[in-house]
Write a protein that binds this ligand. Structure first.
Ligand code: NAP
Length: 464
């Protein structure tokens, strides 16, 4: 794709305003359209930010053929549906962090973007800040020795923001602020994690309010992270090395890096270069990717988004935080499974009935023949051989000869018994499917997506 990218924004909230400001001054970008659930809001937003078109529904915006890139600036719970709708409409998508609420959704989005050869990027803007390279340079210079651990905290008092406290909007700390701490650790310590321990305090609607997360890396490094939606922290990242330490101010939008020796003497301080608001780098990277026909960012590739969602799913498992949409999805899946099992049981029962009916017919034919034979035996004193070789009818005839009474199950009973056995089998399968998921409290070890099965960590007694 060449020329200017026509950008559109879904949603008119806080971050939408920031991105509109960013788009206004970006190169190769046109502030083209905004979509809101409310037309007045869209019109007002468009006027204020110089957007050409305003739509009173997201669907209408997505139907505009001139839109090249849709920036999804809605609450977490909406990211999947909004991004999917945009992809289905043939648009490139930049979706706010987190890309969606869980790994399963992320996989579907990525598969759709790949299939349609459209750009899909998660707006984890910190990844695109040029100052990240300075931090990497300092860490690899050896000035603080080997970095053996890091701490990072992130927090704002945003409990009054409705989307933060509403489970329906996938609120809570992890997906909003905790994600920055995880991102910081992953940017500088990578992904080779084999153990995660997380705990949290809860809001009154059982969302995570303050999180404490420890990551243990395969090489022994440790990251200790904390995140809050009720407290304003310094948003500092501290790297501890074998010869000194380095302090990053602020892990969300890097401002500076101070380097200290083992005695706490400051050796250097680096400050970030001038920037607009920090979002310009991710926007430029998205535009570049689209113009180059790529489906993902280089600095925040799909693999990274998946790994992040995988980790956050695991952490929520430890914390016992589940969003209502996930509960509904599980119930729906269970209902579908039960219906499938019921249909399968009915089909099997029908098959058994047909098989027994066929057998009955065959036996009836056999019985007539053997009755005749038995009658002949009685009348003509013909030998009838070994009774055990006889079919039901012949056995009855033989029993008659022997003067014994034989009780054979009726065909109805057999059909019924077979049907009941099949139903019971289906019931047991359903029971097994319904078995409760493992108690999240028992989840103590993390299974890294990239960790090979034969990795030494796989021998860890706690590994699941
Ligand atoms: N990168 C960053 O620095 C940064 C900073 C803040 C937030 N974020 C991320 O950006 C996203 C939005 O955050 P925000 O602070 O901008 O949120 P916000 O101020 O609440 O705005 C969200 C917007 O989404 C739209 N929306 C669609 N469905 C909605 C629903 N069911 N309930 C409420 N609003 C709905 C609304 O616009 P209409 O009514 O006009 O449709 C609303 O204005 C989140 O994913 C957040 O994590 C990123």
């Amino acid at each position: 794709m060449f020329g200017t990218v026509n950008c559109a924004i879904l949603g008119t909230g806080k971050i939408a305003e920031k991105m509109a400001e960013t788009m206004k001054s970006a190169r190769k970008v046109k502030c083209y359209a905004v979509g809101s659930r409310n037309l007045d809001r869209a019109v007002e937003f468009a006027k204020k930010n110089g957007f050409k078109r305003a739509y009173g529904s997201y669907e209408d915006l997505l139907a505009d053929r001139k839109v090249d890139l849709v920036y999804v600036a809605t609450p977490h719970s909406e990211h999947f549906a909004n991004a999917m709708a945009a992809l289905e409409a043939g648009k490139n998508v930049l979706v706010e962090k987190p890309i969606c609420i869980n790994e399963k959704q992320a996989k579907k989005l990525i598969a759709t973007a790949d299939a349609k050869h459209l750009f899909l990027g998660e707006a984890m803007w910190t990844r695109f800040l040029p100052f990240a390279n300075r931090i990497r340079e300092v860490l690899s210079s050896g000035v603080i020795g080997d970095p053996v651990s890091l701490t990072a905290d992130v927090g704002w008092n945003i409990r009054a923001v409705p989307r933060m406290t509403d489970p329906e909007l996938a609120g809570g700390t992890l997906l909003d602020t905790g994600i920055y701490a995880l991102n910081f650790a992953s940017m500088f310590f990578g992904e080779d994690i084999y153990k995660i321990n997380s705990v949290c305090s809860y809001t009154d609607r059982r969302l995570d309010e303050q999180d404490s997360i420890t990551l243990i890396y395969r090489d022994g490094r440790v990251a200790t992270l904390s995140a809050s939606m009720v407290g304003c922290g310094p948003r500092q990242g501290v790297f501890t090395g074998t010869k000194g330490y380095a302090v990053v101010d602020d892990i969300v939008n890097f401002k500076s890096l101070a380097v200290y020796d083992a005695n706490g003497k400051r050796l250097a301080i680096y400050r970030r270069p001038r920037q607009k608001n920090g979002y310009e780098y991710e926007l430029a990277a998205a535009v570049r990717a689209i113009r180059e026909g790529r489906t993902e960012f280089d600095l925040m590739p799909h693999r990274q988004s998946l790994s992040e969602m995988h980790m956050m799913d695991f952490i929520r498992g430890q914390m016992g935080v589940v969003y209502p949409a996930e509960v509904r999805e599980r119930q729906e899946e269970q209902r579908r499974q039960e219906e499938e099992d019921r249909q399968a049981a009915l089909a099997l029962e029908q098959k058994a009935k047909e098989a027994l009916a066929a057998k009955e017919e065959e036996e009836e034919r056999g019985q007539i023949a053997s009755d005749i034979q038995a009658q002949e035996a009685i009348e003509g004193h013909v030998s009838i051989g070994d009774e055990t070789d006889y079919t039901f009818g012949t056995a009855e005839a033989a029993a008659d000869i022997a003067g014994e009474e034989v009780h054979l199950p009726s065909e109805d009973t057999l059909v019924h018994a077979a049907g009941e056995a099949l139903k019971e089998d289906a019931r047991l399968k359903q029971e097994a499917a319904k078995a409760p998921a493992p108690d999240p409290g028992d989840v103590t070890s993390y299974i890294n997506l990239s960790l090979p099965q034969d990795h030494p960590a796989a021998d860890d007694g706690e590994k699941k």
